[in-house]
Design a protein around this ligand. Structure first.
Ligand SMILES: Cc1cc2nc3c(=O)[nH]c(=O)nc-3n(C[C@H](O)[C@H](O)[C@H](O)COP(=O)(O)O)c2cc1C
Length: 177
């Protein structure tokens, strides 16, 4: 087993790139927040991905937050190569607010990013995006917090996905004796 699996379960996201007929979507686990102000996120994308070429070309990407309902789309996005896969997916690409790369209507949230830095690390390129626009579904984020009923998706092992149990644990109140 590759030791990177020791960091799993990880949340799974969709990365949207390109525009028009060229628009493409891939699944990505290796996504993180790097700065709150300005908000910056990083994503590791292997150069052999079609997505990589489009990030290089347009210097933009959208991080979309899929729900459990979108599991089959996530799997297609994560196993097929290039924009043809969009024909098999049940996602609607809609205009973003601040960039030309589209967002995904069905996603729980979309973060619109402009590439501000990039660097190759081993077999992936780390793209840093400044978040210049965003959208989200009201029902999934109530009172500034994710509503766990919305079915946020995480990845446990290659074909195994999980979602969060609908129970909150608070330190002190729920810690083990
Ligand atoms: C759940 C999941 C997470 C993935 N995470 C990443 C990732 O973080 N970075 C990456 O380069 N590839 C990742 N992949 C692989 C790409 O999504 C996959 O190779 C995809 O087919 C690339 O599509 P493209 O060639 O159209 O860009 C992941 C695949 C799955 C199923």
């Amino acid at each position: 087993m590759n030791p990177y699996r020791l960091l799993y379960p990880m949340r799974t996201y969709l990365v949207v790139v390109g525009r028009g007929e060229e628009a493409n979507v891939m699944a990505a686990d290796w996504v993180t927040i790097l700065s709150a102000k300005p908000l910056m996120v990083g994503v590791a994308i292997a150069p052999r991905r079609y997505t990589w070429k489009l990030v290089k070309k347009y210097r933009e990407f959208v991080i979309s937050v899929p729900s459990l309902d979108m599991l089959d789309d996530v799997w297609i996005a994560g196993t097929k190569h290039g924009p043809e896969k969009l024909k098999e997916m049940n996602v609607t690409l809609v205009p973003s607010k601040a960039i030309e790369t589209p967002s995904i209507k069905e996603a729980l949230a979309n973060l619109e990013c402009r590439v501000v830095d990039e660097r190759d690390y081993g077999d992936h390129t780390w793209f840093v995006g400044e978040v210049v626009g965003s959208s989200y579904q009201e029902h999934a984020f109530k009172d500034g917090k994710p509503d766990l009923e919305a079915g946020f998706l995480a990845h446990a092992a290659w074909t195994d996905f999980v979602t969060f149990e609908k129970r909150i644990y608070r330190p002190g109140r729920d810690s083990k004796p």
